[in-house]
Ligand binder design. Structure first.
Ligand code: ADP
Length: 599
């Protein structure tokens, strides 16, 4: 039993020894493994840190600075600090506050204050502007700072945000401009609504009064006349508003056509002859220094500007005062004329404060202006837009009580062919215009008119008024019908055609083109006038291009229509008589030569 116990003890010793040995081997293996792992880890941390440093250094967008917490010593600074902020790496390596050198002192102080008050728990963010001392480049930068307590390190990330800021600024400006434009539009609409409602209110009120006083003819007539005046004002206002809106929306394209500047000056003079005489004003036209008179540009739009100046000059100058229109060639450079067109008056003048916003829509010097002189304050806004579209400039000089000077400076190319017959045409035009109103109305009496109008109400009004004036009228309801009626008529049967523009089947422009192209002698001589609800300069131009003699806007001013018709009929009759005479002479000559041949 003892032996058995001894053997067992020996066995146990061996087993214990074995386990001890095994434990030792395993512990050694684990130790070696641990050491190996640590080595590997150390190696990979070192590798990662190197990679990270390289990445941070090479990052072109951000500049990184790592500071030791204890003494703010920068133990890492990205290379690009020099390129962006113009501070050398060695400067920054020793003193991080060198950064303040590229900032304005007040910005550096602000940043310093923010840094001092920073709680160090959350990151600190700031933006500042800088000037690179090496190349003077100005820019904007962002700064982000974080304190890592465990490592006792400050991490600073700086970024050049100049281009982003620029983009933001552009967007901000665009937004502000869009807002401003929107506000201006709203204001324009509300002013327009007010401007339209005021005369509308007058018109409706006067009609109500006329109905109440229907038995008293004199009173009713007075109310109707006032209504007519207000309606005309309203129409003028609507035309101006629409015109300005079209110009401002870029819907207006300037024509590039040849025209004679001196003809234009004379036409403007005759246009205002009546109102100047009525007000007993002294008028002078100066045409100075021209070496060429034909230029390329938009004659109608330029006239529109000068007409506005002239009508204001006449309106704001008291009886006995004077108005001067000057057309001057200032310079001729490489086949371009530098022009000065000036309207000067000795009228009431303009307060200097108002001159600053005279070009704004609906602006008048005071509320007294509208009461005393009328108008809506849109003319100057339109003129300014047109002249700027032409690349020119309007300059105004005015003194209260002495008068005003409105000058357009403009440069226009000289036309390829300088026309020699300008004066002849001027004379011709002057002839057409001469003749008193009464005299011209005589030609309407007995005239045979072809009216092309699809709208029954409009046609009825025109028929009633022209028949009352003694004209005989045939009506067509489409452009095509008008062409057919003219084709079937005797030569010289019609004295004038009044042509609506928008009609079914064929518009008035096309109908006129077809009539003009017919091979009969009266096709070219017959006066054709457009009657159209479209009254923009561009519509007038299209009418002239289609071969029409003029463009009368609806609502029709019947006095103007009758005068124009009278003058046109008279000229057509003269021309037609000349054609007839020539034909008769030709016939006689032919008969004579035939009888001589026979003899
Ligand atoms: P409207 O003549 O319809 O009022 P405009 O835009 O042509 O509009 O002119 C704006 C304002 O400028 C006028 O109301 C007036 O106060 C001032 N103005 C323009 N021309 C003259 C002028 N020749 N003399 C004095 N004031 C003028």
């Amino acid at each position: 039993m003892k032996e058995f116990t001894n053997r067992l003890a020996l066995h146990a010793e061996w087993v214990l020894c074995f386990f001890l040995l095994l434990g030792g081997v395993l512990a050694a293996a684990a130790g070696i493994r641990y050491i190996l792992r640590r080595r590997q880890k150390k190696k990979s941390v070192k590798g990662r840190a190197e990679w990270l440093y390289t990445f941070l250094s090479d990052n072109p967008f951000q500049t990184y600075i790592f500071l030791r917490g204890a003494d703010a010593f920068p133990f890492f600074v990205s290379e690009n600090v020099e390129q962006v902020f113009g501070l050398t790496k060695s400067e920054m390596d020793t003193d991080v506050f060198a950064l303040a050198r590229c900032m304005k002192p007040e910005e550096a102080h602000k940043l310093e204050r923010q840094y001092r008050n920073w709680n160090r728990r959350e990151p600190m963010a700031a933006e500042f502007s800088f000037v690179n001392p090496q190349n003077e480049r100005r820019g904007e930068a962002s700064l982000w700072v974080q304190y890592r307590k465990k490592e006792d390190v400050y991490v600073l990330v700086l970024e050049d945000i100049s281009s982003r800021k620029k983009e933001e600024e552009t967007l901000r400006q665009e937004l502000a401009a869009a807002k401003e434009e929107n506000e201006a539009k709203t204001e324009f609409l509300s002013e327009m609504s007010h401007e339209i409602r005021t005369p509308m209110n007058g018109i409706l009120g006067l009609l109500e009064l006329a109905k109440m006083e229907i038995a008293d003819q004199g009173t009713v007539l007075a109310y109707l006349e006032k209504t007519q005046n207000l309606s005309r004002f309203l129409l003028h206002l609507i035309n101006d508003v629409l015109d300005l809106t079209r110009i401002e929306n870029g819907k207006v394209q300037l024509a590039q056509e040849e025209f004679d500047l001196i003809d234009m000056a004379h036409e403007l003079q005759s246009m205002f002859a009546k109102s100047i005489a009525e007000k007993n004003l002294h008028f002078e036209l100066h045409v100075e220094g021209f070496t060429a008179r034909r230029v390329v540009g938009d004659a109608m739009r330029l006239s529109q500007v000068i007409i506005n100046f002239l009508s204001n000059a006449v309106k704001f100058t008291e009886t006995g005062g004077s108005v001067t229109l000057t057309f001057r060639q200032m310079e001729r450079i490489e086949e371009r004329l530098r022009l000065m067109i000036r309207v000067r008056d000795t009228g009431k003048g303009i307060e200097p404060e108002f001159l600053g916003h005279i070009f704004r829509p609906f602006e008048q010097e005071s509320s007294m202006i509208a009461r005393k002189y009328g108008g809506s304050g849109l003319g100057m806004a339109i003129a300014d837009n047109i002249v700027r579209l032409m690349g020119g400039q309007i300059v105004i000089d005015s003194e209260v009580g002495k008068g005003s000077d409105f000058i357009v400076f403009l440069s226009l190319p000289v036309a390829k062919e300088e026309e020699k017959t300008g004066e002849n045409r001027q004379q011709k035009k002057a002839e057409i215009r001469t003749g008193t109103g009464e005299e011209l109305l005589r030609y309407v009496r007995g005239a045979h008119v072809l009216l092309a109008e699809d709208n029954d109400i409009n046609a009825r009004i025109i028929l009633a008024i022209l028949e009352k004036a003694g004209a005989k009228i045939d009506r067509a309801v489409t452009g095509r019908q008008a062409v057919e009626m003219f084709a079937c008529s005797e030569e010289g049967e019609y004295d004038v055609i009044l042509m609506d523009i928008q009609m079914p089947e064929m518009d008035g422009w096309e109908a006129t083109r077809r009539i003009r192209s017919m091979e009969r002698e009266d096709a070219a001589l017959l006066p054709v006038y457009a009657l159209s609800a479209n009254s923009y300069v561009e519509d007038r131009r299209r009418s002239l291009e289609a071969g029409m003699n003029g463009h009368i806007a609806k609502p029709i001013d019947f006095e103007e229509l009758k005068q124009k018709m009278g003058a046109a009929i008279r000229d057509r009759r003269t021309a037609w008589n000349a054609v007839q005479k020539q034909r008769k002479e030709d016939r006689q000559r032919n008969a004579r030569s035939r009888s001589m041949e026979n003899a």
